[in-house]
Ligand binder design. Structure first.
Ligand SMILES: Nc1ncnc2c1ncn2[C@@H]1O[C@H](COP(=O)(O)OP(=O)(O)OP(=O)(O)O)[C@@H](O)[C@H]1O
Ligand SMILES: [Mg+2]
Length: 265
């Protein structure tokens, strides 16, 4: 299908031919991933398949050895996490980074505190505005936690929700979530799935990494499977067959599909 460039194009993210090695380890080889505007795209694959490495290349945490990345049709170089944020990309990483000894509000604003006073560099922390904004953000998402509570006193699920809500502070176009439900109870995971649906209804395009194929099939419009650093195909979420996903996770792209691609190329 022809790709229309720019903000009205079909794809908000196009990662093409991404290769990333760590010394002898080839974590990704010639992987192409496309995220459609306003879709939830799941990234599935066994341990070590390269999922986190791929999204780190999009989040500016790692640099691919080769390949190109387009955002809204424009080729970009995402050389720092700051650059990713400037492009409207927010990420919650697998190794969840929340500061336990800080409050919910302090965590949400960590690294981007609001200040008041005549000089923003020398300004004093605008605690009142930050508490108000944090409360609004959590209310919008129907997350019922005390904004003044220290994060170490929250449950794993509540921490996860705080971490995800933090990504929404900057009104991002794209949100990446690496295993947001892995440490959660059934109920906690349900809240995260509801949150993903709400984010999608607000127009955000989402990449969701999860080992839970049940959640993946429920949340995702499409499922991109990775196998040992290679793409193992993209499946529509609606009629995704669990056996098909597992087969691709374990054995890679089915041979007939590989042959079809070779014939198309
Ligand atoms: N910083 C690193 N240094 C060396 N090797 C790495 C590094 N990060 C990832 N790898 C290797 O790259 C490969 C892909 O790892 P990655 O973390 O992307 O997998 P994953 O699909 O996210 O797995 P999981 O489901 O366990 O999170 C693995 O072989 C891993 O050991
Ligand atoms: Mg990972």
């Amino acid at each position: 299908m022809a790709n229309v460039s720019g903000r009205d194009g079909e794809y908000v993210v196009e990662m093409e031919g991404i290769t990333k090695t760590f010394g002898e380890v080839v974590a990704l080889e010639d992987v192409t991933l496309r995220l459609r505007r306003n879709e939830v795209l799941a990234l599935a694959g066994d341990n070590g398949a390269g999922k986190s490495t791929l999204i780190k290349c999009l989040a500016g945490a790692l640099q691919p050895d080769s390949g190109t990345i387009r955002i809204d049709g424009d080729v970009v170089s995402i050389d720092t996490p700051r650059r990713a944020k400037d492009l409207g990309i927010e990420t919650t990483f697998q190794d969840l980074a929340v500061a336990g000894n800080l409050t919910v509000t302090q965590n949400i604003f960590l690294g981007r505190e609001m200040v008041t006073g005549p000089n923003s560099l020398l300004g004093i922390l605008d605690k009142k505005s930050m508490r108000k904004r944090a409360r609004e953000l959590l209310d919008d998402l129907e997350i019922d936690v005390d904004i003044d509570e220290k994060v170490e006193n929250l449950s794993g699920g509540e921490r996860q929700l705080v971490s995800i809500s933090r990504t929404l502070l900057s009104d991002p176009e794209i949100v990446i979530m690496d295993e947001p439900t892995s440490a959660l109870s059934v109920e906690g995971a349900e809240r995260v799935l509801e949150l993903i649906a709400r984010m999608q209804s607000q127009g955000i395009s989402i990449i969701l990494i999860s080992h839970n194929l049940d959640y993946v099939r429920r949340a995702a419009d499409r499922i991109h499977v990775l196998h040992q650093g290679h793409s193992a195909g993209v499946i529509d979420g609606d009629d995704a067959d669990q056996d098909d996903i597992v087969k691709r996770m374990v054995g890679g792209m089915p041979e007939e599909e590989r042959n079809e691609r070779a014939a198309d190329a």
